[in-house]
Design a binder for this molecule. Structure first.
Ligand code: ATP
Ligand code: MG
Ligand code: FE
Length: 344
């Protein structure tokens, strides 16, 4: 079966086609970042409007590129076997655009509708680089809205082991970048700076590092960086941006790796994987490579292009849902919050 999947939970309008063998036939992403950057973050109302403007073009382009990949002259909606869409979690107004569009397309083409949890998508993005990845495993989801360790007992069977009690990791990167007067989104900017800095230059706090549980806290770290910046400026010293970035990033990485290892211990899992925008961070990836190698745990990571939001990951989940025959009726609604434990 051919499935077209749509993703519109935040500020990327994306579509992707997967074939019956789970092979991705197209992957189109339209980012709205330029429209949000001048506000220093995603503006929900703008996101909804930009999704409406982009979604037809993104889907057309996705169908065209899938047709080229399949070697057919044209692919139409009615040539598909299902339409899939992210229904949660995310910005409600943004999700509504994708879900309404997917319903219309599925209705018009008289094909089934599949609902996908965005976080399950971030997990499935690992299949792009490592198709044979196999539960039981632990996944670390680190993004703009989430920071959590999840026990993947099986595909579709998830137990959240711990998550952040305040800010998400990506949010911390964005807020620190803002405090340093850098642009949005902060993650890529901070990680570039960090590569040139000394991670041991400043001792920022590692909150809850030894708490014995799997909760995370990042708002104190963000405040510590902000206070450090203010003190340096008051003392008339010039800020060493690379050192601040590297020291901040190291504080984040140390806690992430430590807790991931605790989760691996608790579950006994021999496979570990990551997902979400922050999993593109080179410092984090290198630290996981080292820690997993040391333990003999297999590490999978999405390619850099599939760490952030796209629809290929949604298509891969949809491929499994189709095989299980899990379809939605027209009452499907969006949800701002939806733990992975409750994924369809
Ligand atoms: P969620 O997936 O929780 O719904 P989201 O979809 O908005 O949230 P993603 O698009 O998965 O989040 O990730 C975006 C976040 O990733 C941003 O906060 C961004 O700063 C961060 N990020 C991107 N690249 C990097 C990087 N190299 N290092 C650290 N953070 C990064
Ligand atoms: Mg995004
Ligand atoms: Fe995401």
């Amino acid at each position: 079966p051919l499935i077209l999947a749509i993703e519109s939970s935040c500020d990327e309008t994306a579509a992707s086609v997967v074939d019956g063998n789970g092979v991705l036939r197209s992957d189109v992403v339209a980012s709205q970042i330029d429209f949000h950057a001048r506000f220093g973050g995603v503006v929900p109302e703008i996101a909804s409007r930009k999704h409406i403007e982009a979604i037809c073009g993104v889907c057309d382009e996705c169908l065209d590129s899938a047709a080229r990949s399949l070697g057919t002259s044209r692919l139409r909606w009615r040539d598909l076997d299902a339409v899939a869409v992210t229904y949660a979690p995310g910005l409600v107004g943004a999700l509504v655009v994708g879900v309404a569009f997917a319903k219309g397309a599925a209705w018009g083409a008289d094909i089934p509708l599949i609902a996908v949890n965005h976080l399950e998508g971030h997990l499935y993005a690992n299949k792009i680089a490592t198709p044979d990845i196999q539960p039981p495993m632990v996944v670390s989801l680190v993004s703009g809205g989430h920071t959590m360790l999840v026990h993947v007992k099986d595909w579709g069977e998830y137990v959240t082991m711990g998550s952040t009690i305040d800010d998400a990791v990506g949010e911390a990167f964005d807020k620190v970048a803002k405090a340093l007067g850098l642009g949005y989104p902060g993650g890529p900017i901070i990680s570039k700076l960090a590569a040139k800095g000394n991670p041991k230059a400043i001792g920022f706090p590692r909150a809850l590092m030894h708490s014995g549980d799997l909760r995370f806290s990042l708002s104190g770290l963000k405040t510590a960086v902000t206070i450090y910046i203010q003190k340096e400026q008051q003392a008339g010293r010039e800020l060493n941006m690379p050192d601040i970035a590297a020291s901040f990033q190291q504080a984040v990485v140390d806690v992430q790796v430590k807790k991931a290892m605790v989760a691996l211990d608790e579950t006994g899992a021999r496979e570990f994987c990551v997902g979400g925008g922050v999993s593109a961070n080179p410092g984090l990836r290198a630290a996981y490579e080292k820690a997993c190698k040391k333990r003999g745990v297999r590490l999978s990571m999405p390619p850099l292009s599939a760490c952030g939001d796209q629809a290929a990951m949604i298509a891969l989940v949809a491929h499994d849902r189709y095989k299980q025959g899990k379809f939605e009726d027209w009452s499907l609604d969006v949800k701002a919050h939806a733990p992975l434990d409750e994924a369809y």
